[in-house]
Design a protein around this ligand. Sequence first.
Ligand SMILES: Nc1ncnc2c1ncn2[C@@H]1O[C@H](COP(=O)(O)OP(=O)(O)OP(=O)(O)O)[C@@H](O)[C@H]1O
Ligand SMILES: [Mg+2]
Length: 473
Amino acid sequence: MKIIGVIASESSDTNARVILNEHEEVNVKAEDLVLVENRDSSMVMAVLRSGHGSNENLRPGGYHPGVAFARVGGKPSTAKETYDFALTVIGEVGNGVKQNKKIITPGCEVRIFDDEHDPMKFLSGNGNNETIAHYEGHPNWKVPVQAKFITYHIGIFASTGGGKSYLARHQVIPLLENAGYSVLILDWKGRDYAPYYPKDRVLSISDLAFDPDTVARYLVKKMGNFGYYGSSGSVIQAVEEVVLIDKWRGLSPDEFRQMLETSVIKEVNPNKVMSGKPKEEEQRFKRGLSRLKSEDIQNILGTKKPEDLIKEVQRKNVAIVDMKKTGRDEKLAMFLTLANYLMEQMQNDEDLDLAMVIDEGPQYCPFKPDGIQNQTTEIIIDMCALGRTHKLCMCLLSQGIAGEIGINAAVRRNLNTQFVGKIHPLDMNEAANWLAPYNIDPKFLLSLPPGRFYFMGSMNVSPIPLLITFPIE
Ligand SMILES: Nc1ncnc2c1ncn2[C@@H]1O[C@H](COP(=O)(O)OP(=O)(O)OP(=O)(O)O)[C@@H](O)[C@H]1O
Ligand SMILES: [Mg+2]
């Protein structure tokens, strides 16, 4: 391994700077990995960040001969030029990594890892066989992963177009599979996963059986609330009663429409009178019914129960629920039905060996939940808590980290492994909280190209974030 410089004065056990050898400034760059042989012969691995160049002759803000010479267009002397980088210490390496506790001695040589020397082997030591993506700039350096922390849950954050769904599809989901988990993907828009998997692994949300409460709410909404202002009214009540009896599963859309019409009219106008309130209500119902399309009915006639779905996922290893056909509340209601079932299983002390990939996380557990989101947020927190001991991994994707654009803080605290890609400027503060201690300038995150992520948290063997990427076809 090539020597690139020496440790500068003022070093400590966690921080140091390397003064680069002459001309190394053209080769060495941020995120390069280096090895320092400390005075006691221990090997300390570190990442280079926060580069810094200086030239005594070109000190700004004052007038002296070097500046004067540069001002008239002279080529400045490089005699008093130095370059240095901060070392963000990963740890002492040998068999795996451990915390470095010794002062990194000034004057020690710093060597750079090149393609022939894979630093990831140092990191993985024994027993971390799974890997994810590769270290930025080095396609053969596969980054080791501690699979035992998968059930400590995963968060993938990047602004729109940052490559979250690609990371999930190309890297995270295959990793979860290799680690022995079945993977259930909730594809909110039906665009990010469903088209990329074999057809037999994709289920439409309309194949799933909703609970009768949800069906009643959905139908009433599709029938324009029957012209009522609030959520109550005798026609609404009649529809709810018919649906809650739950004798319509397995009907065709036309049969369902027929059944609904006959049963509701029997409720609101039992004596078939031709005027007065009962007739008005019958007409109010018929007006609503005429707005109900066959596709709407099709959406609620699914028969697959949560237990059938989970069995199917386990059989096929990966399954996708394509949620494109329905509105927000129905998607969330479907999630809730499924989540309730999984909670029940875990409360009965079952191990699930399941990972749930939730794209568009803020739809389920936003900063400020509203309506049914209150329930979905609560249950996600509970699933995270129980999942740790019952082998359920929650993997949430979000365009924002915190605040209005992010996901609920209580949920976020449960996602112990994070992938952070290109962020939205509104997330600068949150990203700085996470990354500034590791010498990563949050401004650097604003300009990350798609598909570059800082990998950090419990699944990362390295205690400091590593920049990873992956090729796409
Ligand atoms: N590893 C990669 N290398 C190069 N380009 C990538 C990589 N990953 C993703 N991209 C590019 O970025 C684009 C956006 O990726 P993706 O759809 O995953 O973004 P996203 O973060 O999920 O966005 P949204 O929040 O809008 O869903 C892709 O179309 C692809 O061209
Ligand atoms: Mg996406």
